[in-house]
Design a protein around this ligand. Structure first.
Ligand SMILES: [Zn+2]
Length: 87
C-alpha cells in the first residue's frame, strides 16, 4: 500500500515518521512510503521497497533458473502442480 500523507499513515497505524524502515533501518522521515501486506506491520521507504522487490525477483530468477552446473530443482506449471526434475 502506497502512503503519501499523514492521514493515510495514521490510518495504517504508523504513529510516527520516526519509525524505522524495515529495510534500511533509517527513520521514515518523508513520503512516499510503502506498507507491506504481510501479517506483521512493515513499512519501507518507496526506494527501499523497490530495492527489496528487485532482490526478491533476482533471487527467484536464480532459484528457478540456476547457473551451470546446477540443475533446476522443479518447474512451476500453469495448473498449479509441480514437476520434480530431480527424479
Ligand atoms: Zn529504507
Amino acid at each position: 500500500m502506497l502512503i503519501v500523507n499523514d492521514e493515510q499513515r495514521l490510518r495504517t497505524g504508523i504513529g510516527s515518521m520516526g519509525k524505522r524502515c524495515q529495510y534500511c533501518s533509517k527513520a521514515l522521515a518523508a513520503y512516499p512510503l510503502i506498507l507491506s501486506d504481510d501479517a506483521k506491520l512493515a513499512v519501507y521507504h518507496a526506494a527501499c521497497a523497490v530495492q527489496l522487490a528487485t532482490e526478491i525477483m533476482v533471487n527467484l530468477y536464480t532459484f528457478f533458473s540456476p547457473p551451470a552446473p546446477y540443475d533446476r530443482l522443479f518447474v512451476l506449471c500453469a495448473s498449479g502442480g509441480r514437476i520434480d526434475t530431480t527424479i
